[in-house]
Write a protein that binds this ligand. Structure first.
Ligand code: ZN
Length: 435
């Protein structure tokens, strides 16, 4: 899942000493949004006012993106009313198909936008404001985006109808119908709420998970939802046991939300893991039921920068596979591994894992890196690999290929370093790589 890197202003040395910061290259501060969101869920209508500061500009212009069907009724730049230029010349395709670009003069202080839009923000329902569901994330382009991976600080004020339960990765305060959300950790904006949600707490392995699930589903599906929440709790407890606590600043208690909508999108913005209710009726056939939720929990630890996203995803997938083998049996684990090997063989010679972000696909981001770490665990033992991963996670945003290779050499020797480096650069996937 796409997620932005967390930037540090200066590197921390191995002994924990801070080096002096380099002069004048500090990253710009994240944009800051204050959002008033007025909802009329019964009429599938809504409107918003966004007050933004620290908006990134290209020269004299700020280029932003909003859902194509959103209508901007007012735009103020530094207190002056301006007319946004929709679909400006030179605007390239945005990552979210439904979004379009608009330009405003670069705000020196603030940008205020008032706008409203349709309740259904994506044809598959992934973002909507309706009588049964409020699901808002960046996938609906319902708030102005400069780039897709720009995390922002945000406050959101709205009011939810009585009886609606909600989840958000932000800190929340609810007083009657009034809801105030506040995220000081730069992140994208997620709010999901429904009058259908029942709330439970499911515990396993010393961890408890908050579960939100449609209270009107049948008992069989409810049991599957509980089992998923128990697997999430178990995974969090297990990972704490072998890796130590998640990195400082990581969100606390996992929350599992089964969204009552169609579409194919599941996603996570930790501590939220948002899955489709439909999967409770028809679980995916080619993947063990709990593997996805274990993978998402593994991201509480595995959060390498976007520049090495294959490492972030491959390590999460490896950890999920390991726990799946322990809980569901070696045969289940071996089936997944055999399936990955089959897919890799069928794809033939491929771009290497290190080829670059344009070469990212499932095999290079998830399957091949996970098999490589699994092969390391088979050669050196899972416990030693867990210690290596804990050392890697401790580097936080400084995780890199070079640092990974240095850890491999330190723990398993120069030959193993050479093997891993060769696998990362390989077009063919051989036995030492996990093939
Ligand atoms: Zn992932």
């Amino acid at each position: 899942m796409g997620r932005a890197a967390i930037r540090r202003l200066w590197p921390i040395g191995a002994a924990g000493m801070a080096f002096a910061p380099l002069p004048a290259v500090a990253a710009p501060p994240p944009a800051d949004y204050r959002i008033d969101l007025r909802l009329a869920p019964r009429d599938a209508r809504w409107s918003a006012t966004v007050r933004a500061t620290n908006i990134a500009c290209e020269g004299a212009v700020a280029r932003l993106h909003l859902h194509r069907e959103i209508e901007i009724s007012e735009a103020l730049v530094d207190g002056r009313r301006v007319r946004p230029i929709l679909d400006p010349p030179g605007a390239t395709r945005f990552w979210i198909d439904a979004a379009r670009a608009f330009d405003v003069p670069c705000p020196r202080r603030s940008l205020v936008l008032r706008y409203s839009g349709p309740g259904q923000l994506h044809p598959d329902g992934r973002n909507q404001i309706s009588a049964t569901l409020l699901e808002l994330s960046l996938y609906g382009a319902w708030y102005p985006l400069v780039r897709i991976d720009d995390p922002i600080r945000w406050r959101l004020r709205t009011s939810l109808p009585r009886g609606w339960r909600f989840a958000s990765p932000a800190e929340a305060a609810r007083r009657g119908a009034e809801l105030t959300l506040r995220s000081d950790q730069p992140a994208d904006i997620v709010l999901i709420a429904s009058p259908l949600f029942d709330e439970e707490r499911v515990s396993a392995g010393g961890t408890s998970v908050r579960l939100l699930v449609n209270g009107t589903i049948g008992p069989d599906q409810r049991a599957v939802a509980r089992a998923q929440a128990a697997a999430a709790a178990d995974m969090a407890g297990w990972a704490s046991g072998i890796l130590g606590p998640p990195r400082p600043g990581a969100p606390a208690r996992p929350q599992l939300i089964f969204t009552p909508r169609g579409g194919s999108l599941s996603y996570s913005r930790l501590p939220l893991i948002i899955l489709r209710e439909g999967d409770l009726r028809a679980p995916p056939r080619n993947r063990p039921a709990m593997l996805t939720v274990r993978h998402e929990i593994a991201h509480f630890w595995s959060r390498a920068p976007q520049t090495v996203d294959w490492l972030n995803e491959g390590v999460a997938e490896y950890l999920a596979l390991r726990r799946t083998g322990e809980v569901d049996g070696a045969a289940t684990l071996d089936r997944v591994i055999a399936d990955y090997r089959k897919q890799i063989a069928a794809a033939g010679p491929a771009e290497p894992i290190l080829a670059g972000p344009e070469q990212r696909d499932f095999l290079n981001t998830y399957a091949r890196p996970a098999l490589l770490i699994e092969a390391l665990a088979r050669r050196h033992g899972a416990a030693d690999v867990a210690r290596l991963l804990a050392a890697l996670f401790a580097m936080g945003a400084d995780q890199s290929v070079d640092r990974l290779l240095a850890l491999v050499e330190q723990r398993f020797g120069a030959d193993e370093r050479a093997t891993v480096a060769a696998c990362l650069a390989a077009r063919d996937w051989t036995t030492p790589c996990g093939g």
